[in-house]
Ligand binder design. Structure first.
Ligand SMILES: NC(=O)C1=CN([C@@H]2O[C@H](COP(=O)(O)OP(=O)(O)OC[C@H]3O[C@@H](n4cnc5c(N)ncnc54)[C@H](OP(=O)(O)O)[C@@H]3O)[C@@H](O)[C@H]2O)[C@@H](O)CC1
Ligand SMILES: Nc1ncnc2c1ncn2[C@@H]1O[C@H](COP(=O)(O)OP(=O)(O)O)[C@@H](O)[C@H]1O
Ligand SMILES: [K+]
Length: 520
């Protein structure tokens, strides 16, 4: 599991650690680690032109700039040509004089330009044009989203083929990972981000993660080192606010049958999905659920759709009976006004019954319209909207228009609001999928496991079925949603293998994906 800590907690942990260390020690550890990563990337021939490698360091006035300046000094002692462009008066951090880091970089042979000086502007652009690698030390966890024009001019001059390595986080990105900058161009898009001991929300959340690139964590000694004292993190009592399941977590969470299991104890999934208009969604939901290994599936829906489901999955039972969890809504065409047909009415009735039961329910797609049926529900409930569906759901809940773009600009806040208002767990689909518990004190899960090829019709139906099997096996909605998203992503990766994928292939890869994850 990867765990991220809120910025205020990170600062508190760093303060605790600093109290036990010589002045400036944390920044020295950070900058040495940073310089090592830079050297490792330069050693990879793909990241440099011929001749002496050239690094340009952009250093802002905060401690993020301090890290970058000290790294420049360390690098200038190696066989690397180092140019530094400072913006504002750079700090040296931890009580050191600001000029010490700058002087150290100069003394080590770096070219240092004052980016605030107009005359140096052209020189800075020329330096950047030759860079193999650019270190972005403009803003760190003290940064507000967005870049000022002076910083933006520098960032615009970074050549496309330079490796952009952000210090702590890509400058301009919201450290809390909550929202996109107003102007998307006003942030650094990094190839790699080097952070220090603790992962922050910016690294895992959907609004900011894409700008982070590859995440490298350099240990500066904030966590327990096993020596018995307890690290600053442990002593601070800070708890993570964002979590990401990794492949190694699957074994501990996945419901594996044993000698005492039978098909009922493993969990029967009731699927109420599909319509005459969208019959395929029923098939995909059922196949997603089957891939995850349920005890049994009951499918309830129009007879034509039942027939289609049986063509692909003869083991599915279509008689009514007990289930351990419901999956409702994929491919619903509930109709409205006078156009409601008998099949649609019957599906609506089944969905109402599921929501009125004390069983776990996964609510997808068309069934998200039945949000008024959620009030008073105590049983575990998992809503699985994409951004457009979440916007519609919130429009209903708030009684005012919520735009899809507003959801995309601040996904976590919107998912959180829906979870609070409905009392349900909200899984917001996207390239990074969020799973938000209605209890504010529970860390958000943020999964990013799928290739973008999976953004194709039907992928969500498979996910719904898959998560439904996990609910029926007794997993809580947060675990079912995040584990389901992880396995769905791995199955998509296997089906894609770097190219386009068919959804039936994705569904067929769910079982093998689980097998490979369990045998790690
Ligand atoms: N703490 C530790 O022990 C360790 C910390 N470490 C490092 O310290 C970093 C945090 O440093 P930090 O707190 O100095 O904040 P940082 O982000 O560098 O600068 C903020 C400054 O920029 C300004 N500003 C803000 N937004 C702006 C904008 N959009 N456009 C323009 N200006 C803007 C703002 O000034 P203001 O405008 O608010 O007056 C403020 O002065 C952290 O990320 C890590 O790299 C490591 O060494 C490990 C040990
Ligand atoms: N760019 C992307 N990269 C990775 N996964 C994505 C991306 N866009 C969407 N997804 C995933 O694809 C699936 C799409 O689901 P959904 O929007 O419900 O589609 P449908 O309703 O057609 O089944 C979700 O699992 C979502 O997380
Ligand atoms: K930065």
């Amino acid at each position: 599991m990867i765990e991220a800590y809120a910025v205020a907690d990170v600062r508190a942990v760093e303060d605790l650690a600093r109290a036990d260390l010589p002045e400036g020690e944390l920044m020295q550890r950070a900058s040495r680690g940073l310089a090592e990563v830079v050297l490792a990337r330069l050693a990879d021939a793909g990241h440099r032109r011929t001749g002496e490698p050239r690094v340009v360091v952009l250093a802002g006035r905060g401690d993020n700039g301090g890290d970058a300046l000290w790294a420049a000094a360390h690098l200038a002692h190696s066989e690397v040509a180092v140019g530094v462009v400072t913006l504002g008066r750079p700090a040296a951090g931890d009580g050191d004089d600001a000029d010490t880091a700058r002087a150290a970089a100069l003394e080590a042979g770096a070219v240092v330009l004052d980016g605030d000086d107009r005359a140096a502007g052209e020189q800075a652009t020329a330096l950047l044009a030759e860079a193999d690698l650019v270190v972005d030390g403009l803003l760190g966890i003290g940064g507000r989203p967005g870049l000022r024009d002076d910083a933006r001019r520098l960032v615009d001059a970074v050549p496309d083929d330079a490796w952009v390595l952000a210090v702590d986080l890509p400058s301009g990105a919201d450290p809390a990972g909550e929202s996109l900058p107003d102007d998307l161009a006003a942030q650094v898009i990094a190839d790699e981000t080097v952070t220090f001991s603790l992962v922050k929300p910016v690294h895992l959340l959907p609004a900011t993660e894409a700008a982070v690139g590859r995440l490298t964590v350099v240990d500066i000694g904030l966590e327990d080192d096993g020596a018995g004292e307890g690290g600053a993190l442990q002593r601070s009592g800070a708890r993570p606010v964002v979590e990401r399941l990794t492949y190694d977590d699957v074994r501990g969470l996945w419901p594996v049958p044993d000698a005492h299991s039978d098909k009922y104890s493993r969990g029967v999934v009731g699927v109420v999905a599909g319509s005459v208009q969208y019959p395929g969604a029923a098939v995909l939901s059922v196949l997603g659920a089957l891939g995850a290994g349920p005890g049994m599936i009951r499918y309830l829906g129009p007879s034509d759709v039942q027939w289609l489901v049986h063509q692909r999955a003869p083991e599915v039972v279509t008689a009514a009976g007990r289930v351990q969890a419901w999956v409702i809504g994929s491919g619903f065409d509930l109709g409205s006004g006078e156009s409601v047909g008998a099949d649609a009415l019957a599906q609506r009735e089944r969905a109402h019954e599921a929501l009125a039961s004390d069983l776990p329910v996964l609510v997808d797609a068309g069934a998200l319209e039945l949000v008024d049926r959620l009030s008073g529900r105590d049983a575990p409930t998992l809503l699985t909207p994409h951004a457009g569906e979440l916007a519609r759901l919130l429009s209903t809940l708030r009684g005012e228009d919520v735009d899809r773009r507003a959801v995309e600009a601040a996904p976590l806040a919107h998912a959180r609001d829906a979870a609070r208002r409905t009392g349900a767990t909200v899984l917001l689909k996207g390239s990074t999928t969020l799973v938000v518990d209605p209890d504010d004190g529970v860390p958000v899960r943020a999964q990013r496991d799928a290739p973008a090829w999976v953004a194709t019709a039907g992928a969500g139906d498979v996910l719904g079925g898959l998560c439904g099997t996990l609910l029926a096996a007794g997993l809580a909605p947060r675990d079912a949603g995040s584990l389901g998203a992880l396995v769905h992503g791995v199955a998509a990766d296997r089906a894609s293998a770097g190219g386009p994928l068919r959804i039936l292939d994705l569904a067929a890869e769910v079982g093998p994906a689980v097998r490979s994850l369990l045998s790690r």
